[in-house]
Write a protein that binds this ligand. Structure first.
Ligand SMILES: *Cc1c(COP(=O)(O)O)cnc(C)c1O
Length: 426
């Protein structure tokens, strides 16, 4: 009998975020449709976390696939310095008007981490080009902005960054804003000398990889207003929250202070191809215009503005802007709300929180409060056996489904969680 994908994989592949010695063999996936993925034995798995938060319209969506195929017959890639093409221009034209904060330019890259790198460089060079010495960067505790060195630097120090901590550049971390800590945050910023701070980077409303931590828009608004008064640039990392995750199209629509820069990726192509976008206001862009070549933003990647990725982002945007998409998000939100009510009756579930299509909570095993990694492995296995793709962050379990998930499929996810909670209680 011929070997399975899973067996062949074990000889040649090194997987992300995986301890290869102890991890169970990977499941070989051959096909996807809607919220389902199918393995090589024909079993279906419910993708309850949108394949690492990227998939918004379901797998193998025909509209996205058709646009991709059509573009592939026209132009697959071309250098993006000195040359341009319709997919990149069309996408920028359609994206800018729907983004919060009067965004005026799109800079393309190819994933979330690079979108963050570009934003950091834009912010630092914005000041440099004007002869300012502002250079400090602010970020939040528990932040996650990606895995490249700059993105790691602005992320909270953790077990993920430990081997590299000495090499990460200095970033000043403050608490996420809350109703009662704004004066303390202002004092912390004062102590750093605001006129030396270049920018603050933040995940609006939901800190994803840091544990699906949620915080209030009103408090964020107060902090951002203060930062703006101090001349600090505002970088909204909407890589996870963008494209409807938190209910509205973009999480920054919940505050009235517009960001100076926005980072996008994940949901941008509907989860079908790698693409990153960093947008900025005209004020940022203008600071790079000069007869002096040294004021150029010297940054670019081989696959910058890849036409295939841009056309699938356009196709995804068609689906996203259809009113049916917002209705699906609302439907999921209502179902989550009812389920949250049901969950709240279990003593082993703590800190239930909800934002748009994201429902998160902590699992507490009796007598143990922060029993982390082992519980995460246990939970992961529990759901995998039930063919539900849920991947806990420590003891935090969350659901973040593609918007096309049906009520019945959501019900299956909920029932498996109830079963899990019941098993853990014994
Ligand atoms: C996933 C994520 C990133 C990094 O994106 P990659 O494409 O994985 O490099 C950055 N910021 C946030 C908020 C994210 O959720």
């Amino acid at each position: 009998m011929s070997e399975t994908l899973s067996e062949r994989d074990l000889r040649v592949i090194w997987h992300p975020y995986t301890q290869m010695q102890t991890a169970p063999p990977p499941v070989g996936i051959v096909r996807g449709a809607g919220a389902l993925l199918f393995d090589e034995a024909g079993n279906s798995y419910l993708d309850a976390t949108s394949s690492w938060w990227v998939n918004i319209h379901g797998h193998a969506h025909p509209h996205i696939a058709q646009q991709l195929a059509a573009q592939a017959m026209e132009l697959q890639h071309c250098i993006f310095a000195g040359y341009t093409h319709a997919p990149a221009v069309n996408l920028a034209e359609r994206l800018l008007p729907i983004l919060p904060g009067r965004q005026s330019r799109v800079f393309y890259s190819d994933n979330g981490s690079t979108a963050v790198e570009v934003a950091l460089k834009m912010a630092l060079q914005y000041w440099h080009n004007q002869g300012s010495t502002r250079h400090k960067i602010l970020a939040f505790h528990h932040a996650y902005h990606g895995d490249t060195f700059g993105a790691m630097s602005v992320s909270s120090r953790s077990v993920f960054t430990a081997p590299f901590n000495d090499l990460l550049f200095e970033v000043h971390f403050i608490d996420t804003p809350a109703a009662d800590n704004i004066p303390a945050l202002q004092a912390a910023i004062q102590a750093l000398q605001p006129d030396t701070i270049a920018a603050i980077i933040f995940e609006p409303l939901v800190q994803g990889a840091g544990g699906m931590r949620m915080y209030e828009a009103a408090a964020l608004e107060q902090l951002l207003q203060y930062c703006r008064q101090q001349g600090i640039l505002l970088i909204a990392d909407e890589i996870m929250t963008g494209f409807g995750r938190t209910g509205k199209n973009f999480a920054m629509e919940n505050v009235s202070t517009g960001p100076d820069m926005i980072c996008l990726s994940k949901g941008l192509t509907g989860g079908s191809m790698a693409l990153g976008v960093t947008t900025c206001t005209a004020a940022i862009y203008d600071a790079f215009l000069s007869d002096d070549k040294l004021k150029t933003l010297f940054h670019g990647h081989s696959f910058t503005a890849n036409p295939l990725a841009c056309s699938v982002a356009l196709a995804s945007l068609d689906l996203f802007l259809d009113p049916a998409c917002a209705q699906h998000r609302e439907r999921i939100h209502v179902q989550h709300k009812q389920f949250a009510q049901r969950l709240s009756e279990y003593k082993t579930v703590k800190n239930i929180r909800l934002q748009g299509t994201i429902l998160a909570f902590e699992m507490v095993t009796p007598g143990q409060d922060s029993y982390t990694n082992q519980l995460a492995d246990l939970l992961h296995r529990f759901f995998r056996e039930r063919r539900i793709m849920l991947r806990p962050l420590g003891n935090t379990l969350y659901i973040m489904p593609p918007y096309c998930i049906t009520d019945e499929e959501l019900g299956q996810v909920y029932e498996s969680i109830i079963e899990c909670v019941n098993v853990l209680m014994c």
